[in-house]
Ligand binder design. Structure first.
Ligand code: F3S
Length: 294
């Protein structure tokens, strides 16, 4: 069995930055409570480790009287940021700079009379955050059918959730470009997403089976699963090495591994180690069986 790792896999710049800032904040803080507004990353194992170190997850800032509040890489709406500041809580902003750039762009075009359209999942925290920088007035679409229903506007500004699939973005933008007199389309899909999706696609084409490592609720990981399924018949989405279907995998000659942008290196390494151990065990068993037959 040969194991191949996708050229780009695991932590992206924004998630690594957020986790590093959180760890440093915990290290350098004494006698003050530190909270994360929602799980810092969409990865249960990383969240558990941060929790052990003292980072508490909250859903609502109104329960707080003091402490530091970490804003995750997805970012938050403008009103919520203002609320945190007004409560005199210390805000540690880990919003990914690429997401921050979308907030600024959306705010600028909204103030200049453009109808903002976000291509993405309306329930995803990043999209909710972006919408909060244009007065929660954006139209959010995720399918070509949604895009067809958009009425005509004079001025339209289109942005995308950073983890979107480029083909879906292009298909939907092509429909929206006919919906206004002045249409500005910004492909705000993050390069880290592009690199991971392209690397996954190339690998999935070549192997018998694909393993995608990442949180079951992680949007970018689920996109990698979708892409893998398009090019490979046998795809397994796992969170940790414990979820590996080792018996099923033993029948494949070539296996590809990719990982979502919120999957840390240590989880990827554990998966590779578990597969290598399994491979060694299978080879030993095969050798024993052969020696018995001979
Ligand atoms: Fe930022 Fe891109 Fe990661 S937007 S959080 S570097 S996927």
């Amino acid at each position: 069995m040969n194991i191949y790792i996708a050229e780009y896999a695991g932590y992206c710049f924004g998630v690594k930055r957020a986790v590093d800032i959180a760890i440093n904040t915990i290290k350098n803080t004494e006698n003050t409570l530190i909270y994360s507004l929602g799980p810092l990353v969409h990865n249960t194992q990383v969240v558990e480790k941060l929790n052990e170190k003292g980072l508490k997850i909250i859903d609502n800032i109104n329960v707080l009287k003091e402490g530091k509040v970490i804003i995750r890489a997805h970012g938050i709406p403008y009103d919520l940021q203002k609320e945190i500041e007004d409560l005199n809580l210390e805000l540690i902003d880990c919003t990914c700079p690429y997401v921050k750039a979308i907030h600024k762009r959306v705010k600028k075009y909204y103030n200049n009379g453009y109808k903002i359209i976000i291509i993405g999942d309306k329930l995803h925290p990043e999209v909710i955050g972006i919408n909060g920088w244009c007065n929660n007035d954006a139209i959010i679409v995720n399918t070509k059918e949604d895009a067809e229903t958009i009425p005509k506007y004079d001025k339209i500004c289109v942005v995308s959730q950073t983890t979107n699939n480029i083909d879906i973005f292009n298909d939907i933008s092509n429909i929206i470009k006919n919906k206004g007199n002045h249409v500005k389309i910004f492909n705000t899909i993050c390069n880290a997403t592009n690199l991971r999706q392209t690397a996954t696609k190339e690998l999935a084409k070549k192997v018998d089976a694909m393993i995608v490592i990442g949180g079951y609720h992680s949007s970018n990981t689920n996109k990698l699963v979708e892409i893998s399924k398009k090019y490979c018949k046998n795809v397994y989405h796992i969170e940790t090495s414990k979820d590996l279907p080792l018996q099923k995998l033993s029948k494949f000659n070539t296996i590809g591994i990719t990982a979502g942008a919120s999957t840390p290196d240590w989880i990827i390494k554990e998966v590779i180690d578990a597969m290598n151990n399994n491979k060694d065990n299978n080879e030993i068993m095969e050798a024993i069986e052969n020696s018995i037959v001979n």
